[in-house]
Design a protein around this ligand. Structure first.
Ligand code: NAD
Length: 368
């Protein structure tokens, strides 16, 4: 398939393991270019502590310009060791870089797929009979409203203090995220589970009503509503029954972390943040893992799968996305493991894992 247009991609590797795992994602993307005859232009920029070292700030205007002139952002991770958070280089690093970039581009949709690869069944915290059905779900979390963005206050004297946090949602915002969830479901198993607390909260009552209305546009999809307290339990009891899980910001924050452990390691998980124009930032769900940075042992799969999501959601390259997912699956089936998913398989470095996935990309396609 010939595609002559060059896709401009901002590559912001960041700190810690970010640059190490980014190299592997780019290796896989170069292979995709070769096989599918695409052309990617990678424009590298500094962000986080690495930007602070050169520019004295975490998200300098040079990096803003790179992101603005690109069609998608491939992000690594930012931040320093927890015990050094007060040093100028690391102070407010995450807020000034990743939160700032999310705000700058108004990312309001967060997509986090959680898939337990069959080769990693033994690494899952759940019982074998529970994971037997397979786990492959997509968390769709609203990012721009909810209790995090309302008024917050604490008043009064110690002993009689009062605190409040205001929760609010606009109908239009719910509508937009619901459409994103149903569109994603149409590419999957066509089931949406919407999570709320509609038995108590007005925001959730509105959420439920609007989501139910949006569902009428997607007659090919099934919609169910589950209260968040029940959901936190059901998702563990019967994870194989869920496909797309649609959640407001706070419930999404909690449930998406809860289900992330099903994949066997944080290092396995990709994510995407999209805005209303479809512009996207793609990053692994983990942080910069300073404890293992520079040792060549980080798992690059979350970063590689983030690159795969970029191909699908920013460039509509579904085959290319699937090819990467299949190559990851094949590499795991062959028994190769980084330390975080070690289960007696063949231990490989970050570099070797990336190389094997890129090689399997070719082999799998030749086979097909
Ligand atoms: P972390 O996600 O970086 O690490 C948690 C644990 O998971 C560590 O033991 C780490 O070694 C392991 N781990 C993470 N990714 C791995 C991978 N790919 N392969 C193997 N093991 C992996 O979380 P943390 O230690 O709480 O935070 C470290 C820094 O990352 C902090 O400065 C924090 O602010 C930052 N952070 C950044 C982001 C982001 O850039 N979006 C997100 C979360 C945390």
């Amino acid at each position: 398939m010939k595609n002559s247009s060059v896709k401009k991609i901002a590559v912001l590797a960041g700190d810690g393991i970010g640059p190490e795992i980014m190299v592997e994602a780019l290796k896989v993307l170069r292979k995709i270019e070769e096989i599918f005859e695409h052309k990617f232009e990678f424009i590298e920029g500094l962000i986080g502590g690495s930007a602070w070292e050169k520019y004295g700030e975490h998200f300098p205007k040079e990096t803003v310009a790179i992101a603005e002139s690109s069609e998608a952002i491939l992000f690594g991770s930012v931040g320093g060791p927890i015990d050094k958070q007060m040093e100028p280089k690391w102070k407010n690093c995450e807020t000034n870089s990743i939160l700032a970039i999310r705000k700058k581009f108004n990312f309001n949709v967060n997509l986090r797929p959680v898939k337990l690869y069959s080769a990693l069944k033994n690494s899952c915290v759940l019982r074998a009979d529970i994971v037997e059905k397979g786990i492959d779900m997509l968390c769709v979390r609203e990012l721009s409203q909810d209790v995090y963005f309302g008024k917050h206050d604490t008043s009064g004297d110690v002993g009689s203090r009062h605190a409040f946090d205001e929760m609010s949602y606009d109908e239009k915002v719910i509508e937009a995220i619901a459409h994103a969830a149903f569109k994603a479901a149409q590419l999957r198993k066509k089931k949406v589970t919407s999570v709320d607390k509609a038995n108590v909260l007005n925001c959730s009552k509105l959420w439920r009503e609007v989501v139910t209305g949006v569902a009428k546009n997607y007659p090919d999809c099934v919609l169910e509503h589950v209260l968040v307290d029940n959901m936190s339990m059901q998702v563990i009891r019967r994870p194989g029954d869920f496909d797309v899980i649609l959640m407001p910001n706070m419930f999404g924050d909690i449930i998406s972390d809860e289900v992330s452990v099903f994949a066997g390691s944080l290092g396995m998980l990709p994510s995407a943040s999209l805005n209303a124009q479809g512009f996207g930032l793609y990053e692994p769900s983990s942080g910069s893992a300073p404890d293992i940075a520079g040792k060549g042992v980080a798992n690059p799969i979350g970063q590689i799968l983030s690159a795969a999501m970029m191909l699908k959601f920013s460039f509509g390259m579904n085959r290319e996305h699937d090819a990467i997912v299949n190559a990851v699956e094949k590499t795991l089936m062959d028994g190769f493991r980084t330390g975080d998913i070690a289960d007696g398989g063949k231990f490989v470095s970050t570099n070797e894992m990336g190389t094997r996935i890129a090689e399997n990309l070719v082999k799998e396609l030749l086979r097909g």
